[in-house]
Structures are given as C-alpha cells and as structure tokens.
Design a protein around this ligand. Structure first.
Ligand SMILES: [Zn+2]
Length: 346
C-alpha cells in the first residue's frame, strides 16, 4: 500500500484522481470518493454570489485600512462559520497595523509591518494603518504540519476626486481569488475526510499596499517552520487572451516538479477546460502574497489569469469575469490543495 503511494507521488499523479485497484484499496477508494464529493460542491452560482458581493459598488473597492475592507472581512468570517471551519489560534480575525513615515519633504510611501522597521519608523513622525487578516482552519491528522491556501481580500478602494466611475471594484483582483479559497474550504469540509495535514485558509489584507497581511503573518506566526506549502490566488477570473479563454498562468516553485505534473494530470483526468502556461520559477518574491512564503523557503503554487486591460482600473467589475474559467480553476486548485494536504511528499 505504501509502495503504491510512493510510486504515485513519484509519478506526480494526483492522489484524488488516481484509481486504486487491488490490495488495500478500500481506504484509498474512500479517499478518492471523498475528494470527488468535495469537488462536486464547487459551482458557478457560488462564484457569482461571492464575487458579486465583494466587488459590488456597496463595498467601494475594499481598500485596506478602510471600513469596507473590514466589512469584507466580516463577510468572509460568516462564510467560514457557515462552512464549519474553525478559527486560527482562537480567532477568525487577526488584526495588525502597518506604519509609514509621515513627512512632506520625503513622503514615505512604504508601509512597514516588521517589528524592527516599525520601531525605526516610530522614532519620527509616522502614520498607522489598522488592518485585519482572516483565517479558517480544517484540522488534519497531523496538527504540527500546515498547508495554507490564501488570497488577498483588499483592493484599491474609491477615488473620491475622480470624475466618473470612482470605484475600483476589484472583481478579478481579487474577489475572484477569494471565491476560489472560500469554495475550496467548503469543498474540503464537505468531502467528509479529515486531511492528513492541517489546512489554513487565509484572506489577506493590505496586499495592494505591499503584501502587508501576508508579510505580517509570515514574520511573526510562531509555526512558520511547520508550513509545508502555500497555494496562492491573485486574479483568477480574467481574460488575458480573448481568443483563448481557458488560458492562465500556473506558477510554482521549481524545486517541486510534482506541482507541474499535478496540473497536467488533473486537467486530463477531469477534462477541465483549462490551458495553463506552466511556469516553474525560482525565488519569485514579488507580484503577490506568495513572495512572503518564498522568503521563508516554502513551496508554492500561484494561480493567475494574467494582466488585462482592466487591471487596476475601475472597469475591473463582475461583468468582465470569465465565470466558467473561474470555476474550472477552482476545481483544479482544489485538487492541488488536496494533494498538498494529503500527499506524503512532493
Ligand atoms: Zn491582486
């Protein structure tokens, strides 16, 4: 039984998709069925509901440090509660603050969260921005090994001086990613199977101000050494190639070749309508929240539908989202999350 598991890992086959015939197959078959049961809960209506709320004009672009980002946080907490997830370290909401130099001569553009930098900034005139990360947990058999699945919840807010449409709705960036993480969390829960590793679902604040939420978490969470992998979502509903809608970028740490095999095998096995640009990379510290995990040497996968004409524009609205692709990406990444949580090695 163990041998076949090892072989499956080496071949990079998805644990979820593999068929288990013969010896010791009962538990394996049940695991496969559980995985597929969870995946069957992922749907377009939920994606439209989640993105529709978060990217509505009422949420005014969810800018970090503003009330609308806190409202988005409350919404995510309510979704996690309803799905049956547990809080992290006793709380769903983890507040934190970033600090910035306040000077008209040298306007400080960088927000800092690391205690050493904060101590330096606080020596002079400074500004403070309060934010909140949100987390939900599904405990695994192993409570000392973690897999984190995350997306940033904030966007650019509202420009009250702008003439015309003032709201940066951030449907693709990154209500779409939040939709992926929420649906994956619910799917894992509904599978009915306890994962091998403990799964943490993260909804970062302050990404648009400099990946602040994930920077804060990774610089002070005491169990960072026990994080085995990070699955990131930033922009998963865009149409970068209008003549090839299923296109997206699948970026992963090149030290983990199994990650590259997983996506190919899962697309084949489940006939997913996706056309990934599979990109193994080394030390990708920029671009999104995965950078703070890379800095800690943690393997990652990042789903990204690439740049669009409406990137960081007020036109990034739900009407632009490719819902079918968003659902297919949610399914594919659910399988990744399942493998990260359940495979012995990768
Ligand atoms: Zn983003």
């Amino acid at each position: 039984m163990k041998k076949s598991l090892l072989l499956i890992s080496l071949l990079g086959f998805s644990l979820c998709a593999s068929s288990y015939n013969g010896e010791g197959s009962k538990a394996k078959k049940a695991a496969v069925e559980a995985c597929q049961r969870g995946m069957s809960t992922i749907n377009r209506v939920s994606a439209e509901a989640i993105v529709g709320f978060l990217a509505s004009d009422a949420l005014e672009g969810r800018e970090a440090g503003h009330n609308t980002s806190f409202i988005a946080a409350e919404y995510v907490v309510s979704q996690l509660r309803e799905a049956g997830l547990e809080p992290l370290d006793g709380n769903y909401k983890h507040p934190f603050s970033a600090y910035q130099e306040a000077s008209f001569r040298r306007p400080g553009r960088t927000w800092y969260v690391h205690p050493d930098s904060v101590a330096r900034v606080q020596q002079g005139p400074h500004r403070r921005m309060d934010m909140v990360n949100v987390f939900g947990v599904i405990p695994g058999e192993r409570t000392d090994e973690y897999v984190i699945v995350g997306a940033h919840r904030d966007h650019w807010g509202r420009d009250t001086w702008k003439v015309g449409d003032q709201i940066y709705n951030g449907a693709d960036d990154n209500a779409s990613g939040v939709s992926c993480v929420l649906q994956i969390a619910r799917a894992v829960k509904q599978s009915g199977k306890k994962p091998l590793r403990t799964m943490i679902f993260a909804f970062w604040d302050g990404e648009e101000k400099g990946t602040l939420g994930s920077a804060w978490f990774t610089c002070q969470w005491p169990k960072m050494q026990q994080v085995k992998a990070y699955l990131n979502f930033d922009m998963t509903g865009g149409n970068n190639q209008p003549d090839n809608p299923p296109y997206f970028a699948y970026i992963y740490s090149q030290e983990n070749p199994a990650f590259g095999e997983w996506i190919k095998n899962d697309i084949k096995q489940y006939n997913l309508k996706l056309d990934p640009s599979v990109r193994p990379t080394e030390n990708l510290t920029g671009g999104s929240d995965q950078g703070n995990f890379v800095a800690h040497g943690i393997p990652f996968i990042w789903y990204h539908t690439d740049w669009t004409p409406y990137y960081h524009q007020v036109t990034d609205e739900p009407a632009q989202v490719n819902w079918d692709k968003l659902v297919e990406i949610t399914k594919a990444s659910y399988l990744n999350a399942w493998n990260m949580a359940n495979e012995e090695s990768y």
